[in-house]
Design a protein around this ligand. Structure first.
Ligand code: 5AD
Ligand code: SF4
Length: 435
């Protein structure tokens, strides 16, 4: 009888893909099947994130809960970025944890499950050419890694210390994977990397001359691929060639994540982001000019050490000028193994006030953007059944759209007229197509 696997995934899309790889390896090589309740599992895994402090604190209380609920002989494994960063300490603090598997050691999963006390967290381990078994959370979309690690040195960020140096995955492996996924029904391909538009910088199996724009073109040449998305690009590497390929290739979805982090050139320098406020604005305006309907999302950190009122006003100014369709905003959280952790923090009260002001202002902008969608028609690719007889999908430019309907809409791209736009979801009706 198949053994039972429960897995909880926190963090970014790369972690979601790592969990898919873990499930794939365990189901094809170890006869595990995925279940929904940790109480019934033979193996409980938690795939962690350490980008901010909160999820790390939560980790220990959570594995404590798993330990209480689990079957007596069930194993517990801690994977992902916190595993990389804390390593052995996890087993010292929680001795009932059976193994620790770092974010860059995913391919060793079938080995560590048999070694009580195993700690595999080598951040120099190179799995850029490892052929993982196949598993996807949804048949309609395929997440595909195009690189591992990150070469940047953003002073607030723990990721280079958890995922190691950046190595690009060879293009032929990516094309092979995208082709296979698209032929089996995943018409949307989601390319993943810490810094996707730095693609091609280093391969572990020799030199090649290829960049991210070339890779996008190659993926778009696969007939069965209808839509291409990617995350995360870096504003510094948004050269004209990249923006032009983005704008002109009809298969590339018109939504761009542009992680601003701060609108102040001074703070950007202290963060070692490599661009200025002016460069960011120039790229965002160029993007809006080339693709008038583009959806721009961003990440912002408020109250980075040394952020003055004037620095924060620069961030607010960029928000006014770019009018992002989506903002993920965070209070700065000091992380171990980072340069900024040694710097003088901003008063927590001021940090909270800034975050609230930014989020409130963005809600107002978003309300205007949302209201303007009423009556518009979007091509929506449906990929998820929702409760109450609704089906959900995304427009090319990344709005979440829901309509009344059932399974037969799944996997289809249909024109939808927006009747009731709300902040998080645009509700609409599928337009009857002429036969
Ligand atoms: N504090 C707060 N937010 C952070 N991020 C990364 N590191 C930190 C930190 N130390 C945010 C950045 C990044 C997103 C994934 O998380 O905005 O783009
Ligand atoms: Fe979290 Fe960053 Fe690791 Fe993703 S790469 S799981 S965001 S720490």
């Amino acid at each position: 009888m198949a053994k039972k696997l429960f897995i909880e995934t926190l963090g970014c899309a790369m972690n979601v893909r790592d969990s898919e790889h873990i499930i794939a390896e365990l189901s094809t090589k170890e006869d595990y099947e995925l279940i929904e309740r940790c109480e019934d599992a033979d193996l409980i895994l938690i795939n962690t994130c350490s980008v901010r402090e909160k999820p790390v604190q939560k980790l220990f209380s959570e594995i404590g809960q798993f330990n209480k609920k689990k079957k007596p002989d069930a194993k517990i494994g801690v994977c992902g970025c916190t595993a990389s960063h804390l390593g052995e300490e996890i087993i010292k603090r929680a001795p009932y944890v059976d193994f620790v598997l770092g974010a860059r050691n995913v391919s060793k999963i079938t080995d560590v499950i048999h070694r009580k006390g195993a700690v595999e967290v080598d951040i120099d381990f190179d799995e850029s050419t490892y052929a993982f078994s196949d598993y996807r959370n949804t048949p309609y979309k395929a997440l595909i890694n195009i690189s591992i690690g990150c070469d940047k040195e953003c002073t607030y960020c723990i990721v280079p210390a958890t995922r190691g140096e950046e190595i690009s995955i060879p293009p032929e492996l990516i094309i092979q994977e995208a082709s296979k996924a698209a032929k089996s029904g995943a018409k949307e391909i989601f390319l993943l990397g810490q810094n996707v538009n730095n693609y091609g910088r280093r391969f572990s199996d020799g030199r090649r001359k290829i960049d991210f724009s070339d890779l996008l073109q190659m993926v778009s040449e696969i007939d069965e691929v209808e839509r291409i998305r990617f995350t995360s690009p870096h504003p510094l590497h948004m050269d004209d060639k990249f923006l032009e390929v983005f704008a002109s290739n009809p298969k590339i979805c018109k939504s761009m994540h542009m992680p601003l982090q701060s609108g102040s050139t001074e703070i950007l320098r202290a963060m070692k982001r490599g661009y200025s406020k002016e460069w960011f604005l120039d790229r965002a305006f160029k993007l809006r000019e080339l693709v008038p309907d583009v959806h721009i999302s961003t990440d912002i950190i408020v109250a980075f050490p040394g952020e003055t009122k004037a620095d924060f006003e620069d961030t607010m100014d960029v928000i006014e000028q770019v009018r992002f369709e989506q903002i993920f905003s965070f209070k700065y959280s000091p992380r171990p193994l980072t340069k900024a952790a040694e710097m003088e923090p901003v008063d927590p009260q001021i940090a909270s006030e800034r975050l609230t002001r930014l989020q409130n202002r963005h809600m107002e902008i978003l309300d205007d953007i949302t209201a303007a969608q009423k009556g518009r028609v979007f091509d929506v690719y449906f990929d998820e059944l929702k409760s109450g007889g609704m089906v959900s999908g995304r427009s090319d430019n990344n709005f979440i759209v829901q309509v009344r309907g059932s399974e037969e809409l799944l996997g289809k791209t249909l024109p939808v007229k927006i009747t009731e736009p709300r902040r998080m979801v645009l509700y609409g009706e599928v337009l009857q197509q002429e036969s």
